[in-house]
Design a protein around this ligand. Structure first.
Ligand SMILES: C[S@@+](CC[C@H](N)C(=O)[O-])C[C@H]1O[C@@H](n2cnc3c(N)ncnc32)[C@H](O)[C@@H]1O
Length: 424
């Protein structure tokens, strides 16, 4: 197999680092932060990968510049994927939805393989029709001629120091090595539990496999055969977002209370097999304490005494009446306690983009360090939680808070390295 990679939504290059470690070569990358003048993530990317062709523009403007490649990778925002019929233009996917840009790249360049990352909420969105957006995504892959394997992976389950749960989506064209492997596989159980990409890389104990159909009006998971509605035909359309089939799923996907898509699954020719699984892992386990810098001298990282009560309040459990200012609507707001400080003998909680800054917050990590004082984590510790090298995000212009923002957006690199090695 050749080894060229195109990296979309590249951020500070988590996929690129994994590619380097696993024998792939990124030949073209795209990163553009909408609505801001200074492009910190892009600057960080080019500082670390000066020899890679990297383009700083809205992906929608540069799709035709993308060269042919073997593997398309990217972590992209979870948005509303619904499609609508508009009077003027026929069917149109919602504007600005990055999934359609990805599907256009796939349609144009037909990469043999695609590896994508997203928040696990993707499997459950939107609330009123759980699973609809993922179904639209799977159906798009189907129309483009791909088979898809997905898995929600929590990095901490496989020894990494952060509890970060993300869905990874691996898609292949049928005429590839993975296509042949899939064709030769005896059963869906075998694929999801042993032979597929994810179980080859990550220890897996599979639950019972259930079936789902992408036909949107099912009353139960397995009840799709007697659906009398005529199927919207999968006709080739110029733009993936224009498909009647996707419009049908978008309009008619059931009001599921729970998503029919479980933690792992495959989609082949419009049929979906899906199951939950338990991680099997008995290797070394890294904990929050393992990534801490031994000596932090800058007082900026330590909690101010006069803000301690604020921190305690935000981290604590609460049940209180709140009012929506605009409407005067009253509601009860309740949340449980978070550990304060964060235990360093466990993997950390998920890092989010708001991790930076001095202000007290429920979600920022606070640890008691070797000086017995409370402090927030440093940017280097944030980088280590994602498996990036120290000071990866230290550039001439990157503001301190933005270093954390980039890490909140990024991924656990060695997890992806394992996947990319597995694809080879
Ligand atoms: C979830 S982050 C991906 C982070 C990346 N995987 C990493 O390791 O840093 C998504 C990225 O897409 C970028 N982005 C958002 N809209 C974009 C667009 N229209 N065109 C190109 N990039 C975009 C954001 O700036 C952000 O860096």
């Amino acid at each position: 197999m050749s080894n060229s990679v195109v990296e979309l939504f590249a951020g500070v290059g988590g996929f690129h680092l994994a590619a380097k470690e696993s024998g792939w070569k990124v030949i073209w990358a795209n990163q553009w932060e909408p609505g801001v003048k200074v492009q910190h993530a892009f600057d960080c990317y080019t500082k670390n990968f000066p020899d890679t062709v990297a383009v700083n523009d809205d992906i929608a403007n540069v799709i035709r510049d993308i060269p042919k490649h073997d593997l398309l990778v990217g972590g992209f925002p979870c948005q509303d994927y619904s499609v609508a019929a508009t009077k003027a233009k026929g069917i149109q996917g919602k504007k600005g939805v990055l999934w359609w840009e990805i599907s256009r790249v796939i349609k144009l360049r037909k990469p043999p393989y695609v590896l994508l990352e997203n928040v696990d909420r993707l499997l459950k969105s939107p609330t009123a029709q759980r699973g609809r957006d993922f179904a639209i995504m799977l159906a798009t892959f189907e129309e483009l001629g791909y088979t898809v394997e997905w898995r929600v992976v929590n990095a901490a389950d496989y020894g990494y120091p952060q509890r970060r749960r993300r869905v990874f989506i691996f898609a292949w064209r049928n005429n590839t090595d993975w296509g042949k492997r899939f064709k030769g596989c005896q059963s869906r159980e075998e694929w999801l539990g042993e032979a597929g990409l994810f179980p080859t890389v990550f220890g897996t104990k599979l639950d019972k496999v259930g079936e789902v159909d992408l036909e949107p009006k099912q009353t139960t998971l397995a009840d799709f055969t007697d659906d009398a509605r005529p199927k919207a035909r999968s006709r080739k359309t110029k733009d993936p977002a224009d498909s009647e089939r996707l419009l049908d799923i978008s309009n008619n996907w059931q009001a599921y209370k729970l998503s029919p898509f479980k933690k792992t699954g495959i989609m082949a020719k419009g049929k979906v097999w899906t199951a939950n699984y338990d991680a099997v892992y008995d290797g070394e386990r890294k904990l929050l304490g393992d990534v801490l810098e031994p000596k932090v001298t800058d007082p900026w990282f330590y909690l101010d005494k006069d803000e301690l009560e604020s921190w305690k309040y935000l981290k604590g459990s609460k049940k209180e009446e709140r009012i929506v200012k605009a409407t005067g609507f009253k509601f009860t707001y309740a949340e449980g306690p978070l550990p304060f400080p964060d235990p360093i003998d466990r993997p950390s909680r998920t890092m989010i983009t708001g991790e930076g800054g001095k202000a007290p917050s429920r979600f920022k990590h606070v640890i008691k360090d070797s000086t017995r004082k409370l402090r927030r984590i440093t940017p280097v510790e944030a980088e280590r939680l994602n498996g990036f090298p120290d000071d990866w995000t230290l550039t001439d212009t990157m503001p301190l808070n933005f270093r954390y923002f980039c890490m909140g957006n990024a991924l656990v690199v060695p997890l992806v390295t394992e996947m990319m090695k597995g694809i080879q």
